[in-house]
Design a protein around this ligand. Sequence first.
Ligand code: BDP
Length: 702
Amino acid sequence: ENGLDGWLRYAPLPYNDQKLPAHIVVLNTTEASPVYVAGAELQNGLKGIYGTHAEVSHEQCENSSSAAIVGTVEQYQIACGSLNGVPELDEDGFWLSTWGNKVQILGQNERGALYGAFEYLSMLAQGNFSEVSYASNPSAAIRWVNQWDNMDGSIERGYGGSSIFFKNGAVVDDLSRVTQYARLLASARINAAVVNNVNANATLLDQENMKGLGRIADALRPYGVQIGISLNFASPETLGGLDTFDPLDSSVIKWWSNITDQIYQRVPDMAGYLVKANSEGQPGPLTYNRTLAQGANLFAKALHPYGGIVMFRAFVYNQLNESNWKADRAKAAMEFKYLDGEFEENVVLQIKYGPIDFQVREPTSPLFANLFNTSTAIELEVTQEYLGQQSHLVYLPPLWKTVLDFDLRVDHKPSLVRDIITGRRFNRKLGGSAAVVNVGSNTTWLGGHLSMSNLYAYGRLAWDPADDSQSILQDWIRLTFGLDRTVLDTITQMSMESWPAYENYTGNLGIQTLTDILYTHYGPNPASQDNNGWGQWTRADHTTIGMDRTVSNGTGFSGQYPTEIAAMYENIDTTPDNLLLWFHHVNYTHRLHSGKTVIQHFYDAHYSGVETAQTFLVQWDSLKGKIDDERHKAVRRQLDYQTGHSIIWRDAINDFYYNLSGIPDALNRVGHHPWRIEAESMLLDGYKQYTVNPFETAAKSI
Ligand code: BDP
């Protein structure tokens, strides 16, 4: 139980005399096809979970009462004749029906059939033998993951080891981990993976690496996962030797279409390109006074003949412009509003859930409400960059849901973000979700067993963003740790409490994650949040805190929302407490709706967040013996660390604001840490003293 199989362990369950298929009919004989793979998964699953051997046959239609049949609707019709009672399926959708041990799994396409097989296996692995008959269709066609893997094998913001794709500037020889990754992705119904960092290296496009991309695509294809790649806008110059990368220059256009042709020769089903342009130092069209739309369309046109799409990132800001007091990085993405309608049909704007950057709480990005003629996708982050980097338990779907379920009230009509990204609200054909995942070569993939619930849940929500965070979590727990009721209840409780706890001990009231903003994005560092181009948003001084983003008095950000939402955030009385400091600059003594002052809320929330986090270890310990030792020990180690690190967070933040405001804690806790063992009191070999800034983040004053 080293985590490698994730939630697809097919671990044995007691066999309760249930009727299981005695054989499996697979309607495709090509070994690398998803339908063939589905047959193998079904066979392995039945064997692993219930110890039964089901024979696989490919020859003919078999509708006997003890067979599971898997294929596409079309394959079924060819093999078995007419098909009754199955509704029209959408692309990637499937039909699943079970009567005792007669099982029918039919996909709209091969991929859908594989998803159906995984759905059936998920039922079996959860001991669920109910008779079902239903169709399941995706909410959107784009259900992608992004890997921020570099060519040298490192991963930007990855916490699970080195890349499974690249090493020393090239694609690795052994791609078996890539196929295993595809298996996990397919079971979560994710259909494409962008394999390299958005801060892209042009050498990905050299001849050797193109061959390598072909091999990666071959390793993913049996599971129905396509590849996408991130591009560096300046490649025609840096790799191609041209003297320009102007998107309107004919030699540049030719260069990109030639590159695109070459890639499609190696990867005929490539999903498309992902582009980060003119942001955080990356090159882009603005260098040549061309618009971002002109930049995106350059790629869209090259991809068009192949049916590929461009995911163009809306995360565009210039950190060098943002360091003055008036600027507000949150407003930067609205540039795209003025380009609405100028993008080719196969361009999708990939928009981070909040206007800043994957913070512990952000209001919904207003850009979702400002594009009516452009397709959009939401960008989420499974890798816990600002959220504890897999050393803290944080189950993320409840955070994602604050955005997916948010009603932006465009034109005073219901406008849930989840209906915007799926294309329903504004009648767009394309749309969906992308998540930065960053699995690595560690056997736990992400760097911790419990973090995998976020990957699983991401896929489920990309399929159906209206699904429920807790029930998705419980499926994952049963698949990952078995059916014990205490295990289920305990991990459910810990996970559901984890994001609120993390918010409480890191940054509350919408102040954002008070972490080191300059590079590591880890550990407390409230002082780094202001007076630089990346961050300038706590605006804390001796008497006040928060960023005024109102139209009347501040940066004007709140005016980017449709009228009803803008009015809510403009007014301090109607702004929810949990976003107060995002939108308003107030005295520390300002009273919240709860009746508490801002500063006392800070103090109390940090204590209560830590108290909750400290129960995680105790709760986990109660599961000893109910979970295999290997995983129990690994998770325990991490929760033990979190217990301590949450205290570091609490004391650093509370002390910092206590020193700044001079307002004592009503309960007289802040500044007194009787039980803490300071680093200075310990003897450690090989450590040096280092001056930490601000000093509150260190143990004592050094
Ligand atoms: C930030 C990350 C940085 C990424 C950037 C992005 O810190 O490493 O390059 O986002 O999304 O959150 O492009």
